[in-house]
Ligand binder design. Structure first.
Ligand code: MTE
Ligand code: MO
Length: 225
């Protein structure tokens, strides 16, 4: 691909990438473009909810299965966290602010059996994604209900989404409804469909086998805020 055609395409973008000052260039993983917009990506329709019937379920390798209401989650200690997010379709967004319950704090109310080393995150519209438990214990892993000081919009995952900033953003499931603790790892939706099981952006762990041909400017064609 010639440089000219890439420049031409960049000019036509309705959601242009922004130039990143050299001081923060190290925060942008290889192959990513920074945007100030907020693309919207998901499988299926945006769900709507009757919140009195909404629950977040914890099951699998736990001493006791539990189900949390939205009120119960809002009553847990709340944390704000600013982080960078990186989507496998090559957009990154820096300094995003989320508020919710730290996964680590949420876990204090759950007795995970010692053999429960992996977690399947279950979400609405038949979405699921897998993450090792250890990856969910960091300061910036949140069950988020708010973004930039406002409740999440339905398209971005209201009432509750997971934020796992150090992995590609498909691991940050929107509309989460359950955590399943597992003795062995099992692949989620995208992981079964050719995406990398681990998904570290700085290692460019995009695909598990052959590269899936996602065009460099795929993300600019998505809906976005
Ligand atoms: N429930 C659900 N969560 C999901 C997805 C999905 O299809 N369904 N897509 C993932 C992908 S691929 C990305 S990049 C992010 C996008 O989040 P956003 O729309 O808020 O930018 O959500 C992730 N969470
Ligand atoms: Mo994505």
């Amino acid at each position: 691909m010639s440089k000219d055609s890439k420049a031409e395409r960049l000019k036509r973008m309705q959601m242009p990438a922004v130039e990143v000052p050299p001081e923060i260039a190290h925060r942008v993983p290889p192959g990513q473009a920074v945007t100030e917009r907020f693309p919207i990506l998901h499988e299926g329709d945006v769900p709507s909810y009757e919140m009195s019937a909404w629950t977040l379920r914890v099951f699998g390798e736990v001493a006791e299965e539990k189900s949390f209401s939205y009120e119960e989650l809002l009553a847990l200690p709340q944390t704000k966290s600013v982080c960078d997010i990186h989507c496998v379709t090559r957009w990154s967004k820096l300094d995003t602010e989320w508020e919710g319950v730290r996964f680590r704090d949420f876990l204090k109310g759950i007795e995970v059996k010692p053999e429960g080393k992996y977690v399947m995150i279950h979400a609405d519209q038949d979405y699921e994604t897998n993450v090792p438990l250890e990856d969910l214990l960091g300061d910036d892993v949140l069950l988020a209900h708010s973004f930039e000081g406002q409740p999440l919009s339905p398209k971005h995952g209201w009432p509750l989404r997971l934020i796992v900033p150090h992995l590609y953003f498909w691991k940050s499931a929107k509309w989460i409804r359950g955590f399943e603790f597992m003795t062995e790892d099992r692949e989620g939706f995208w992981e079964r469909n050719g995406f990398h099981n681990v998904a570290e952006p700085f290692k460019e762990q995009r695909f598990s086998g052959e590269a899936i041909p996602i065009p460099e400017d795929e993300w600019v064609r998505k809906e976005f805020d």
